[in-house]
Design a protein around this ligand. Structure first.
Ligand code: M6R
Length: 370
């Protein structure tokens, strides 16, 4: 039931503060700000304490949450992490090193490529292999075929465009990174409790980012007649740029590409003109000054910038530079909050163009064939 909402996608976007709060509570007690819950993944501590490498396999939006997890695993725990789309991994005779944790991320748990990639690895049984399903459907094939089930508590996702499944995947992945970091003593207790405090702020911050709906809708009017669009981000926002581009192309049928902003001058800058909107994910973080320089490169070439920036960044709108201010959020968790504005932007562009938002042409919710 869509209730008061015009589309399932919009309803699911608005369910994110609750869905993320539920998911976080798997690992953190509401009243406990200092440490992870004792019962979180407790049965699997021995398995998780032996892993030395992480291999993420997924498709589409779920692949993008894996890319964020790579930044988190490597920067917070120093455990090397590789991420690959399952449809490539399964056909290239890849190396899976011993003592790997293979994380299969999937909303449905029935994606054929992800399942086949997992089965291939299991056939070769590298020593110390531990498999984990990060999945929204407890009864799915993926959950049955893996050692560990880490649920996303998003509730049923009906819209083909994945929204709350993505942000709950990110929340659950952060819990997993912390769990591994703690049991392998790779993260300090102080840092873990700081992160827990920040995680508890997330539902409120997601709520505040939903309040940006009106300015984002106004912004979306500039995209209605466009043919192509770039999404830029750096660091943890690069995967969100990829996700924003996927969302826009999937439901509005406008060609869109996500790019790491530092790659602009290696090619895509040639595309920039006054007719191609450029969306920038620009929280005030350690990459902000570098990103500002990238924005200037675009602006100098008459590109029109649509920037999601931190409230505290004091970025001023000017000719061909539009700004929507996103609530301040800690750098590590910012990708979760910045997912919301790109979802809302794609949604409004699609509605304006009159596409079938919940059931875009040529796509299925669950891709059970190769
Ligand atoms: O069910 P899964 O998470 O395995 O699905 C993977 C992709 O098919 C899915 O994320 C797809 O990219 C979405 N429609 C994007 O919004």
């Amino acid at each position: 039931d869509k209730g008061e909402f015009k589309h399932y996608m919009l309803k699911e976007i608005y369910e994110q503060p609750d869905a993320v709060a539920r998911t976080i509570e798997m690992g953190i007690d509401k009243s406990e700000t200092a440490k992870l819950r004792n019962d979180f993944l407790q049965r699997h501590e021995t398995q998780l304490s032996g892993i030395r490498h992480v291999q993420v396999l997924a498709c589409g939006t779920s692949y993008h949450s894996g890319l964020v997890a790579k930044y988190w695993f490597e920067s917070l725990t120093r455990i090397p992490c590789s991420v690959e789309v399952a449809s490539e991994f399964r056909y290239r005779n890849p190396v899976v090193v011993d003592n790997s944790l293979v994380i299969c991320i999937s909303q449905s748990g029935e994606t054929a490529d992800t399942l086949s990639a997992l089965r291939d690895i299991q056939k070769h049984t590298p020593a110390g292999l531990v498999s984990l399903a990060l999945c929204n459907v407890p009864t799915s094939s993926l959950v049955r075929e893996t050692d560990i089930f880490l649920p996303t508590l998003a509730g049923p996702e009906i819209g083909v465009a994945s929204t709350k499944a993505f942000t709950t995947q990110l929340a659950a992945l952060m819990l997993l990174v912390m769990k591994v970091g703690v049991i392998q003593q790779r993260m300090t207790n102080d840092y873990v409790s700081t992160l827990i405090g920040e995680l508890q702020l997330l539902p409120g911050q997601l709520h505040a980012s939903l309040n940006l709906d009106t300015p984002i809708k106004t912004m979306s009017e500039s995209f209605e007649d466009k043919r192509s669009c770039l999404f830029l981000g750096r660091g943890l926002q690069f995967p969100i740029a990829l996700e924003g581009a996927l969302k826009l192309k999937e439901i509005s049928y406008i060609h869109a590409e996500g790019y790491a902003a530092g790659e602009l001058k290696h090619g895509p800058l040639a595309l920039v003109d006054k007719d191609m909107p450029i969306v920038v994910l620009a929280p005030k973080d350690s990459m902000f000054d570098k990103l500002k320089a990238n924005m200037q490169e675009v602006h100098a070439r008459h590109g029109e910038l649509f920037v999601f920036a931190s409230e505290s960044s004091q970025m001023i709108a000017e000719d061909r530079l539009h700004v929507v201010y996103v609530p301040d959020v800690c750098e590590t968790l910012a990708p979760i909050v910045y997912s919301v504005p790109v979802q809302l932007l794609s949604y409004h562009v699609a509605v304006m163009r009159g596409t079938d938002v919940d059931q875009p042409r040529n796509l299925a919710k669950s891709v059970t064939v190769e």
